[in-house]
Structure formats: structure tokens, C-alpha cells
Design a binder for this molecule. Structure first.
Ligand code: SF4
Length: 188
């Protein structure tokens, strides 16, 4: 059932032409991970490597993210990774007009997966759920409707500014503690 809904959604996204950037994409970028996930990581938009492969977070930032996820103890069946935008933005410029066009796909992804925990990566992903500033809320759980959302830095931010490594590591340790303390386990 869930698999059928997910496949139908993916087919809709694959043929979507709502934004001008659809004309330049090589691939829509749908997800990677498990449909049985209890943690959903939400990034912002595909980059060059993601556009080439159709898979989110496969470049250098993706390697940083993968190590951080592995260090929390989550395994492949426990999580899924998606982006707010499914097409690579022109010139890598995230624009609200694309977000407005694409947000219904993310909302449907969340509905289908129904995660116990959402982890946002970067300010654009957090802005979907909260008006709070990212820098003041990194690693701190917030409620959005029936979901718990934990805002985190985007992994690319530590590539661009190595001074953020301490903040990155501290926030992921806090996330690991939250998952352990709340005893969030994958019962799906
Ligand atoms: S960004 Fe989203 S809404 Fe825009 S064309 Fe791509 S899939 Fe469609």
C-alpha cells in the first residue's frame, strides 16, 4: 500500500514541469533510504552530483551526512533522506517560487512515510516547519503539527566554513542522545 502510494508520487514528480528549472534537470531527485524509516532527513535542494545521479546527498556533503547518521547508530532501514526541491535550482540558487511549486510533493512524502522524527538540514528546510532562526535552534526539538522536528546545519555548511565543525559535532551528539533518550525505535 505504502509502496504503491510512493511509486505513484514518484511518477508524478518525474514528469513535473511546474518550474522553469525542470527544463535543465538531468534527473529529478526523489529519495534514498527506507520506506519503513522512522527518521526523515530533509535537505534543501539537489546539487550537481545529485542532479547527475537522481539520488540525494551523494557528493562531499553527503559523505559528511552519512558518517554523522552512522554515528547516531541509525541503520539503513531506520531513515530516509529527501529534499524540499526535487530539481536542481538554476545556479544553485534556492528560490521560494520553486519551493511553492514543489512543497506539496514533500508534504505527501511526509504523509506516506509518517516519520516519528523529522531532521531538517539547513535553513530552507527548517523554514518549512518554523519561523525560528536556525542558528539559535540547532539540535533543539520543536513541535510541528503531529511531528517532532529537530533543526540541524546543512552538511555543506561545514565544508564552506570549517569553524562550524564543533557546532556540527555537538548538535549530532545531541540528536543521538535524543534518539536514545526517547527510545525511538523502528517498529514499522
Ligand atoms: S522543483 Fe518540484 S515543482 Fe518544480 S519542476 Fe521540479 S519537481 Fe516540479
Amino acid at each position: 500500500m505504502k509502496e504503491n502510494e510512493w511509486s505513484s508520487l514518484n511518477e508524478m514528480i518525474r514528469i513535473c514541469r511546474k518550474c522553469v528549472i525542470s527544463g535543465e534537470r538531468k534527473n529529478v531527485v526523489l529519495y534514498r533510504g527506507s520506506l519503513q524509516a522512522f527518521v526523515m532527513f530533509i535537505g534543501e535542494a539537489p546539487g550537481k552530483d545529485e542532479d547527475e545521479t537522481g539520488v540525494p546527498f551523494v557528493g562531499r556533503a553527503g559523505k559528511i551526512l552519512d558518517k554523522a547518521i552512522a554515528d547516531t547508530g541509525l541503520t539503513e532501514k531506520d531513515f530516509i533522506i529527501v529534499n524540499v526541491l526535487k530539481c536542481r535550482p538554476a545556479g544553485n540558487k534556492y528560490m521560494k517560487i520553486y519551493e511553492k511549486n514543489c512543497i506539496s510533493y514533500l508534504n505527501t512524502q511526509i504523509e506516506i512515510i509518517s516519520p516519528k522524527l523529522i531532521v531538517t538540514l539547513g535553513m530552507h528546510a527548517l523554514a518549512i516547519f518554523s519561523k525560528e532562526k536556525l542558528i539559535k535552534n540547532i539540535g533543539i526539538p520543536i513541535r510541528h503539527q503531529e511531528y517532532t522536528v529537530i533543526p540541524m546545519l546543512h552538511p555543506a555548511s561545514v565544508l564552506h566554513d570549517p569553524r562550524k565543525w564543533n557546532l556540527w559535532n555537538d548538535s549530532w551528539n545531541a540528536l543521538k542522545t535524543y534518539i536514545e533518550h526517547k527510545k525511538i525505535i523502528n517498529e514499522k
